[in-house]
Design a protein around this ligand. Structure first.
Ligand code: GLC
Length: 472
């Protein structure tokens, strides 16, 4: 029997003994002996419908805090106005360049908006860890070089309008000005935070002798919303479930107290929520487990993006690995023996969760194959346990993401709402979509929410913003 100190906080709700209780129902500083078991571990990752409704209320409060002038400075969910106010109407035409920076790859695209649809030609460039974590000049010089090479390869001589998808939290001053607030998703290139990334890109292009005409800088969520809204008029939300997670939606100007742009019609603007930072002030501390905390400790942005770190692709594998290590530590998995590979942080990748949960066969051959690849010695029961842990981690992520979408959907004054969505986790995980549809029916019963996959959303969307901007 293992004694676990039950953490009691002065918050509305806490998890105690694997159950959620009102903190007022619990004496403070109480300690209780809870036997550690596979069940108790899975229970700590479980969120009930009531828990999710409670999380929705917390996010509702955070959104208002971010939108209101008096509270924005201290808000963690920043609700950045993007200056994108018009949705494409299908009449956009022309050739555009797009740059897409925000994940493990960097892409350059040539987007032709034609009568019959969109023609995309693109090239993907690897982003090494050295570039992601070196200096800002190195990063932007690399981007400029890739753009220059792409233009030569495609025979582009003219100065085409360019949309820059830069998927990090930015405070925008207009369509062509975006100050990076803080790096996320493992990036840390120096000298970029608090700078206008459009200026940095322009300077790099001057250094590298590459001509460019940036007409818009957008977040990937915005690109995703735009690319889906191009063909679906009910698309009011853009969402990414990939390396990171974030959402944007169309908000009425009257609700955006910090709006400093013009007041003309359409009286609306897309808000980049940067919801990954939800919880950074402690409002999700009672949801976070020791596995979340250990995962956070391994990141360069400790204590930040806490909601994102429970949901997105960069982290789910590591959370699962941490849970497996604890089980092994208690001799409940792998007979207590962990291989060197499994002992290494980040070695259990999120794609393993997708593979494992996609394997519905009785013999669990996928789990076995993955464990073998990590030099782990297992028995049949271990395979079942690993499977259960993967399911618990990913279904918690899908529930948390659904609670977020439900809150945003409730904020939008429409019954029928399409969420334009993109990202590797959403595309590759076999159950994420179904989980979200299922939870949303429960959490937002009055809304008809559906998801629309945006293929190449960030690139196409950036071109569409560029097109709308050129048209306006
Ligand atoms: C991170 C970034 C955000 C982006 C999201 C998805 O949360 O801060 O800007 O939209 O990842 O890529």
């Amino acid at each position: 029997m293992v004694d676990t100190q039950v953490k009691v906080q002065q918050k509305d709700w806490v998890i105690a003994g694997g159950k959620w209780k009102r903190s007022s129902d619990l004496p403070l500083h109480r300690s209780q002996s809870v036997e550690f078991s596979i069940d108790s571990l899975l229970e700590s990752l479980h969120l009930s419908e009531d828990n999710l409704r409670d999380i929705m209320h917390r996010l509702d409060r955070e959104m208002v805090k971010g939108l209101e002038a008096a509270t924005n400075a201290t808000a963690k969910v920043k609700m950045f106005p993007t200056y994108v106010r018009s949705i494409p109407d299908g009449s956009e035409h022309g050739s555009f360049l797009a740059l897409d920076l925000g994940g493990s790859n960097f892409r350059v695209l040539l987007v032709d908006l034609l009568d019959g649809g969109v023609k995309l030609q693109s090239e993907t460039f690897a982003l090494s860890k050295d570039i992601m974590t070196g200096t800002g000049d190195q990063l932007f010089d690399y981007i400029a070089e890739c753009l220059g090479n792409f233009k030569v390869k495609m025979g582009i001589k003219e100065k085409l309008p360019l949309g820059f998808t830069f998927s990090f939290p930015c405070s925008q001053k207009g369509l062509t000005s975006a100050f990076l607030v803080t790096w996320t998703k493992g990036f840390s290139a120096s000298g970029v935070e608090n700078k206008d990334v459009v200026v940095l890109l322009q300077q790099a292009c001057t250094r590298k002798n590459v001509e460019l005409d940036i007409v818009a800088v957008v977040n990937d969520t915005v690109g995703t919303l735009m690319s889906c809204a191009y063909t679906n008029p009910n698309c009011y939300i853009g969402m990414i479930l990939g390396t990171g997670t974030n959402t944007c939606y169309m908000e009425e100007l009257d609700n955006v107290e910090l709006w400093d742009g013009d007041d003309k019609k359409p009286r609306q603007v897309i808000i980049n929520m940067e919801w990954g930072a939800f919880g950074d002030d402690g409002v999700l501390d009672d949801v976070r487990t020791e596995f979340d905390k250990k995962t956070d400790e391994l990141t360069p942005n400790k204590g930040k993006q806490l909601y994102e770190k429970m949901i997105s692709g960069m982290y789910l594998g590591e959370i699962t690995r941490q849970a497996m290590l604890k089980l092994a530590d208690h001799k409940m998995l792998f007979q207590g023996k962990v291989s060197d590979k499994l002992n290494e942080p980040w070695k259990f990748e999120t794609r393993f969760l997708s593979d494992i949960e996609g394997d519905t066969g009785e013999s669990l051959t996928k789990v076995a194959e993955i464990l073998k690849g990590l030099d782990v010695k297992y028995n049949q029961q271990d395979l079942h346990i690993v499977n259960l842990v993967c399911q618990a981690v990913s279904s918690r992520a899908a529930k948390l993401a659904s609670a977020g979408v439900a809150s945003v959907a409730n904020k939008i004054n429409r019954d029928k709402i399409t969420v334009g969505i993109d990202g590797s986790l959403y595309k590759k995980h076999p159950k994420f979509h179904d989980h979200m549809v299922n939870f949303l029916e429960k959490l937002a019963p009055k809304k008809k929410v559906s998801f629309m996959l945006s293929e190449d959303g960030s690139g196409k969307g950036a071109a569409l913003v560029a097109a709308v901007a050129s048209r306006v």
